[in-house]
Design a protein around this ligand. Structure first.
Ligand code: ADP
Ligand code: MG
Length: 142
């Protein structure tokens, strides 16, 4: 996979394969944001992505705002959905998470608080199509 990259998948299995393919591009210090409506598959994609690094305990961090995992990589999994303002993010130590170059930072609903995000990031947009079909758009910003 070379970014930018677009792919339409037909079902969960194809999303899982796409996550495994994308995992080859993942490096420490990266910020990866996932954009897409409720049920698009942001958490599903992150689960499959992190499973390829031996991380199995992945769950939506909506209420906690952030989950931390460790396997072959260290990962911070954020969900901005329930954040009301940027201060809530800074209160839980957002800058420390961002500055941890040993970890990969994954952010669901990253588009809800764009001002908190660095310019350099990968954006994954997921669009609903018919049934279990989804379109994935991967873009990299430097
Ligand atoms: P989000 O985090 O974007 O709100 P979730 O990942 O929690 O969404 O949920 C996605 C739901 O859609 C899951 O129940 C999953 O099984 C289902 N689903 C159906 N087809 C797909 C697909 N092609 N890719 C990912 N998830 C799919
Ligand atoms: Mg989710």
């Amino acid at each position: 996979m070379v970014l930018p990259f677009t792919k339409t998948v037909n079902n969960e299995d194809e999303t899982a394969q796409l996550a495994v393919d994308f995992a080859k591009l993942v490096n420490n210090g990266q910020v990866i944001i996932l954009i897409g409506n409720l049920g698009a598959g942001k958490t599903f994609f992150i689960k499959k992505l992190l499973a390829s690094f031996g991380i199995r305990n992945v769950n939506s961090p909506s209420f906690a705002i952030v989950n931390e995992y460790e396997g072959k990589i260290k990962a911070y999994h954020f969900d901005f959905y329930r954040l009301n303002k940027i201060e809530e993010l800074y209160d839980i130590g957002w800058e420390d998470y961002l500055n941890d170059t040993e970890a990969v930072l994954l952010v669901e609903w990253g588009d809800l608080l764009r001002e908190a995000l660095p310019v350099k990031k990968i954006e994954i947009s997921i669009s609903f199509m018919d049934g279990t079909k989804r379109r994935f758009d991967f873009k990299e910003y430097e």
